[in-house]
Write a protein that binds this ligand. Structure first.
Ligand code: GYE
Length: 347
């Protein structure tokens, strides 16, 4: 059933249809209903039926998700699962939650190959270590879609990357931080998961922009908070002890900023005033913090990738090829507009 890839184009209209197809997702609901488990868990949208990858003409997709580290990721999972549920007559989703572990993602991919799915989707927790399993998928004729993070492999080993420009996000974050602190002062940086493309590139973009354009701003400390709220809080607590004179914190995602805000408050300081915040994602909770004056800026990164993911998978199943990078179009929001836009946010 699977065909080798040819080169073609995902048109701009697909990106538009993604934007139009963004349903409203409640990340809190997703977090509440998600069941944590010790190992990678696989569920299929069609468990009750006897359809299989080999039988019907349905689009059969395996998706190896990272886990549940952030509100952003819960929103992405909900977008994928909702699309599959709404299109259950044409689509079958086999979803694996890797509990933050690369080895579980590799196991899931191997199991999707065994099942002979049409297309494999993967959000790679880290960039390296994928060559072998990607080659196995290629040998089996199964195209791979990288969703929301890139992998450091030869371009021939995957069909496309759907996601944002993280270097650009870092640069935009730097410009906004510079504006917030008047172009000078000491700041700290809380990084995402070590080895994840979203963390590496958000750091590169931010640090390079700071070095090139803002000589009077000094990044005095930079450490990982693993993209989690608890991680952001813990790192900020230690930063505040050793750097009491900082005026800003840049976080690679909103969840870590929300943790950092708690740490700033517990230290008797005012987040959003004494220490300015800039983070990435645009989740609902950071908009609430901006409305409350406790956060200053978020650089958007769209997690509602379900519709585009399945549309792209269908094109691949039909033997069409797609752009190597289908780039998300994202905005940037500061606290002065937060109250006006919060109700229109979809995640
Ligand atoms: O920004 C962060 C999540 O890979 C773009 O992963 C994604 C990032 C997102 O944990 O919140």
């Amino acid at each position: 059933m699977k065909r080798k890839l040819l080169t073609a184009l995902v048109s701009a209209t697909m990106v538009m249809s993604l934007m139009a197809g963004c349903g409203s997702t409640d990340t809190n609901d997703a977090a509440e209903t998600a069941e944590p488990a010790a190992e990678a868990e696989e569920t299929t949208s069609e468990e009750a039926s006897d359809d299989s990858a080999a039988s019907g003409e349905k689009l059969v997709v395996g998706f190896a998700q990272i886990g549940q580290e952030s509100g952003w990721r819960d929103a992405e999972t909900a977008s994928i699962q909702e699309y599959a549920a709404e299109h259950s007559d044409t689509v079958e989703l086999n979803f694996a939650d890797a509990q933050q572990k690369q080895e579980n993602q590799i196991k899931a991919i191997k199991s999707f190959i065994e099942q002979d799915v049409d297309v494999i989707g993967l959000a790679p927790v880290v960039e390296t270590g994928w060559d072998q399993v990607f080659a196995e998928a290629q040998d089996a004729g199964i195209p791979i879609i990288l969703l929301d993070r890139t992998a450091d492999v030869d371009e021939s080993l995957y069909a496309t990357f759907i996601g944002s420009d993280f270097i650009e996000e870092g640069k935009v974050a730097a410009d906004n931080m510079a504006t917030l602190i008047g172009g000078k002062g000491k700041i700290v940086e809380i990084e995402g998961t070590v080895g994840a493309s979203a963390a590496t590139d958000r750091k590169t973009g931010f640090d390079e922009q700071m070095a090139e354009k803002y000589p009077d701003i000094e990044i005095v400390a930079s450490q990982t908070g693993d993209f989690t709220r608890a991680g952001g809080k813990e790192v900020m607590e230690s930063f505040l002890k050793s750097n009491p004179d900082i005026v800003g914190v840049y976080c690679h995602n909103d969840d870590m900023a929300l943790g950092a805000i708690e740490a700033i408050k517990e230290a008797g300081l005012k987040p959003g005033e004494d220490i300015k915040t800039v983070s990435v994602d645009g989740v609902h909770d950071i908009f609430e913090a901006m409305v409350n004056g406790e956060a200053n800026c978020t650089v958007e990164c769209n997690p509602l990738l379900g519709p585009l993911f399945f549309e792209t998978a269908q094109q691949l199943k039909e033997g069409k090829t797609v752009d190597k990078w289908v780039k998300s179009v994202d905005g940037v929001f500061t606290s002065d507009v937060a109250a006006d836009v919060i109700d229109s946010r979809k995640y």
